[in-house]
Design a protein. Structure first.
Lengths: 476, 137
């Protein structure tokens, strides 16, 4: 990205001044190096979001921002319903409530080394992964409606996981205001046999070991010490969420002109929050969030069964569960007053700081765990929401490394089989139905996740707590 | 070449060419399958009928590809041959394919949905047609 178009406001903060149709400025939180490496399309997309009706304060780009569709991946934008604000299906994306959850295992690296291959095989056999894979759970219409209303809370009632898990999921595992009636029959049909499946692309289940600790107090509160083995699961709302995105994007594209909304890019499709369509989408999207939370809860149950198979008596309490493709109704301080805003996080993680009322008591003095997926060969991170983050980007931080190389280019540059062998030689076991899928997700196809989390830390969004190294990766 | 994929930073662009609009739509469908697996590995065993209508050609392209995404997801199928007819902004098509066999098709990624990013349907100076967009994987 051309730095000449930006005004530097701090070492890790850059302003894209208001121009043209922009109603607010753009703010990019990143190091000079990361901004320079961003595609110019990111600037264009940040500016487009800044022009949407009712946007408050700024269109924010996180350090891992990259060229998306409509909104950049890594954008945060909040809208005020009383100021003509909108909700955007494009601003949430197809994979509603895609997110990451991390589970403790109570095991140390030394405990699993001798069993790593068996663990990889048992997990791969237990977790449905890849295109066309199906789960064993079939929901009839009434059960599907209950799931869409209840999220992870429904899953726990059905026997998947523990009630204790719920306190460590955003919104206690169930977002209010879901409207199953706003979810189409097609969306329900796509979900028919996809409950408890991982999906494909960049979704994964990874067994990881805690490496360096950067914040001892936060690590203590989160229950992490060096050498601990944890499991992280990255996936979303599966076919149901994808179809909700598809259905409402189209409806919003067609309805926008009549609502007086000029879209510079049809992918920005949105509807006024105070409109029947906007409200219907919010209800459907929240049902999609609950589907994702239920899905990750079921996957946790399958993971616990697999671990108990290899390590009898193993218990896997939840550390936390974050969603990074959402629109959430939240109270935020703006110009000294409190306002209810609809915060879109597209490839961005909620990152509430210490003292926030939403946090479980044991994390209250530390801040929200922010779970950052890296790539299968590098590192993942656990961060903590920084103090004052709500005044920066409505309590948000990065969500991952962000792609540096397109899938198209990655398959030309790397070969899946060779990558799997190379990673195995480094002690990282990959299990995947597709070599090409592995090549598309090659570690070097991603930005340096270390630079991204450093920038999040220095920008005051979320501070570093612990680095995690991969041991086993189940790729869809 | 009647189709190709093109780079997008996070996802995959799909493009079809044809003497007619319908041919270009068939090409872009093959490109979308190529985002999932090698289309040459997909046998044309059974046909699925698809019909859609839209206010303009670009939305018709999105609807056509999304209909295929839906059929792939709910039938667990992949497609390799397309017979497309377009009259006005109405499309009638048959897609031939087979059930997914993971060991043989080795599908790399499922298509979550069809985006409006880089969406274009246009006639080229030589009279042929181009249809393209980015799909989310």
């Amino acid at each position: 990205m051309d730095l000449k178009r930006l005004k530097q406001r701090g070492e890790f903060e850059w302003e894209l001044p208001k121009s043209g149709a922009m109603r607010v400025p753009g703010i990019i939180f990143a190091s000079r190096g990361l901004v320079e490496a961003m595609d110019d399309k990111v600037r264009e997309q940040v500016a487009n979001v800044a022009g949407l009706p009712g946007i408050v304060a700024a269109s924010y780009a996180m350090p891992d921002a990259h060229w998306g569709y409509g909104f950049p991946i890594g954008d945060v934008a909040a809208f005020d319903a009383d100021d003509g604000g909108v909700v955007s299906a494009g601003g949430v994306g197809f994979d509603i409530s895609c997110g990451v959850r991390t589970l403790h295992t109570g095991l140390k690296l030394a405990d699993i080394e001798a069993h790593q291959t068996r663990l990889a095989d048992v997990l791969y056999a237990s977790i449905p992964a890849g295109v066309g894979s199906t789960g064993t759970i079939r929901l009839d219409a009434a059960a599907m409606t209950a799931m869409l209303k209840g999220g992870a809370r429904w899953a726990v009632q059905e026997g998947y996981g523990d009630a204790a898990d719920l306190a460590r999921i955003e919104e206690h595992g169930c977002v209010a205001g879901a409207d199953p009636a706003a979810v189409s029959e097609q969306a329900r049909k796509r979900q028919r046999d996809e409950m408890g499946t991982l999906g494909s692309g960049n979704h994964y289940l990874e067994v990881q070991v805690v490496g360096e600790i950067f914040d001892a107090a936060a690590a203590r509160a989160y229950g992490l010490t060096a050498g601990d083995v944890v499991v992280s699961i990255h996936c979303g709302s599966r076919g149901l969420g994808h179809q909700i995105g598809t259905d409402y994007l189209r409806e919003m594209v067609v309805a926008a002109p009549a609502a007086g909304i000029a879209l510079p890019d049809r992918e920005l499709a949105c509807a006024p929050l105070k409109s029947a369509l906007g409200q219907r989408y919010l209800g459907a999207m929240r049902a999609g969030i609950n589907c994702a939370l239920a899905n990750r809860q079921i996957l946790s149950h399958l993971t616990r069964q697999a671990f108990a198979d290899v390590f009898p008596g193993a218990r896997l309490p939840l550390l936390y569960d974050v969603s990074h493709n959402t629109c959430k109704e939240e109270m935020h301080k703006v110009d000294g007053g409190k306002r209810t805003l609809f915060v879109h996080r597209k490839g961005a993680t909620r990152a509430f700081g210490p003292g926030h009322a939403e946090l479980p008591q044991e994390y209250a003095s530390i801040g929200q765990p922010v779970l950052i997926g890296g790539s299968m060969g590098t590192a993942s991170w656990i961060l903590a929401g920084s103090a004052g983050t709500e005044e920066r980007a409505f309590g948000s931080a990065c969500h991952g490394a962000g792609r540096a190389t397109s899938r198209h280019e990655a398959t030309k540059r790397w070969h899946g089989r060779a990558l799997i062998d190379e990673l195995a030689a480094r002690g990282i076991l990959i299990r995947s139905p597709s070599w090409r899928g592995v090549a598309e997700e090659a570690p070097l196809a991603y930005k340096d996740v270390g630079a991204v989390v450093d920038a999040s830390d220095h920008a005051g969004l979320a501070r570093k707590v612990a680095r995690l190294a991969p041991l086993v990766c189940i790729k869809g | 070449m009647t189709w190709e994929t093109f780079p997008h930073e996070a996802d995959i662009g799909v493009r079809g060419f044809g003497v007619t609009l319908a041919e270009a739509f068939a090409g872009v469908a093959t490109a979308m399958i190529a985002a999932v697996c090698d289309p040459a590995q997909v046998m044309a065993r059974e046909a699925v009928s698809i019909e859609c209508a839209a206010p303009d050609d670009e939305l018709l392209l999105v609807d056509w590809l999304n209909a295929l995404v839906y059929e792939m997801a709910t039938r667990h199928m992949l497609f390799s041959r397309f017979e497309v007819n377009i009259a006005g902004h109405r499309l009638k098509a048959k897609a031939w394919g087979e059930s997914i066999v993971a060991a043989r098709h080795r599908p790399a990624a499922e298509v979550k949905g069809v985006t409006y990013c880089e969406l274009a349907v246009r006639q080229q100076p030589d009279g042929s047609w181009l249809a393209q967009c980015v799909v989310d994987v």
